[in-house]
Design a binder for this molecule. Structure first.
Ligand code: GLA
Length: 368
């Protein structure tokens, strides 16, 4: 039996860095995927990728963290699954991908969720989506060192074609929002500023948010369980105690949550211009208040403002590199790509990778 798992990347329309703050996000799955072909083997396991990496091991021997970053995704998955079933089958896994890595479109979660799903089938573990989400987050936290939220994993497992997921990351309540962009398309521009979020200030933002929450709770004698629940009045009362940096972080989170709610209303009423405006606001919040952007992302967003056929643009994902997401009139795309590629190259001496974001289903599996 050969198991094929097709695991997509994710696009987030709006609601950035809100997931680990118990807030709202509005993601979708891309039609670019990581495909894993998994088969049972008797003595030894073998994983190979189309990027030319490979590793072999026996699943039932204990292993430590590898000094090769990508191997820890695989080893982390196996270690987590062994806590559920101590004896796993050895396997071979061949990985093929159309999803660029390090571009902020969640190639790592696509790999981890895909591998967990495939090995769950191979070992008859019958894991449901929420168990896969939790295991995948454990891998990221414990083996990669990134204290990320669950937006990416939830999307990869649950997405539907041409639909966004309004997800409340605290209650895990979700609602599907059908998208209709008319003559507009979603365009990703990958800066080629590659990042491994674990080596950025991502975790620092997580702890800044936790610290802000503690200060607000102490000062206002409240028991908020996350920053997204904080009332504006309590934030204002805590302004001085928080100090400039923490106040900026916390107000960004409150603003961004509100933008997600407003975006859903605009998208449901096909008010694309108004939604686009919120994309810009989100970007400038991420740049000036949350401080997770970079000069390449800022340049792309600011350049897009010269065109009225571009309704909105913002950095997407964890930040510090990766890509921008823009809502652009289809008839402008070819011309715009030619122009922005040149401008970007002459400014940063880097190649820009455009990707038209078609929105597809979440993870798919097949057996043969
Ligand atoms: C990364 C993380 C997500 C989320 C985004 C920012 O993609 O994996 O959990 O925090 O950054 O919105």
């Amino acid at each position: 039996m050969k198991i094929k798992v097709t695991s997509p990347g994710r696009v987030n329309l709006i609601g950035e860095h809100t997931d680990y703050n118990g807030g709202y996000v509005l993601p979708c799955a891309l039609d670019l995927t990581i495909d894993l072909f998994i088969e049972k083997k008797s003595n030894q396991s073998y994983v190979e990728t189309d990027l030319g990496y490979s590793m072999s091991f026996n699943v039932n021997t204990a292993f430590k963290k590898s000094n090769k970053h990508w191997e820890n995704y695989v080893l982390g998955v196996i270690n987590e699954l062994k806590q559920i079933k101590s004896e796993l089958s050895n396997f071979s896994c061949s990985i093929k991908s159309t999803l660029p890595y390090g571009a902020g479109i969640s190639s790592s979660s696509a790999l981890v969720c895909g591998l967990i799903k495939g090995l769950s089938i191979l070992n008859n573990l019958s894991l449901d989506n929420s168990e896969i989400i939790n295991l995948s987050r454990n891998v990221e936290h414990n083996y990669i060192g990134l204290l990320g939220g669950i937006m990416d994993q939830f999307t990869i497992l649950n997405a539907k074609k041409n639909t966004a997921i309004l997800l409340d990351c605290e209650k895990l309540y979700s609602k599907f929002i059908k998208l209709e962009f008319k003559e507009y398309k979603l365009l990703l521009l990958d800066t080629n500023v590659k990042h491994n979020l674990a080596n950025t200030e991502y975790n620092k933002r997580v702890s800044e948010c936790n610290e802000s929450l503690q200060i607000i709770n102490r000062l206002c004698k409240k028991n908020y369980s996350n920053l997204s629940q904080v009332k504006r009045l309590d934030l204002s009362l805590s302004k001085e105690k928080l100090g400039e940096t923490l106040y900026k972080r916390a107000s960004y989170i409150l603003d961004e949550n509100q933008r997600v709610i407003n975006s859903v209303e605009f998208l449901e009423n096909r008010k694309l211009k108004e939604f686009g405006q919120l994309m810009y606001e989100s970007h400038f919040g991420l740049k000036n208040y949350y401080e997770v952007s970079c000069k390449e992302l800022d340049f792309l967003v600011e350049y897009s403002m010269n065109y009225e056929q571009i309704l909105g643009s913002r950095m997407m994902g964890g930040g510090f590199g990766g890509c921008t997401l823009s809502l652009i009139k289809e008839s402008l795309i070819d011309k715009y790509i030619r122009e922005i590629k040149q401008e970007y190259f002459s400014k940063f001496k880097r190649k820009l990778n455009p990707i038209i974001a078609n929105l597809n289903e979440g993870i798919q599996t097949s057996l043969n």
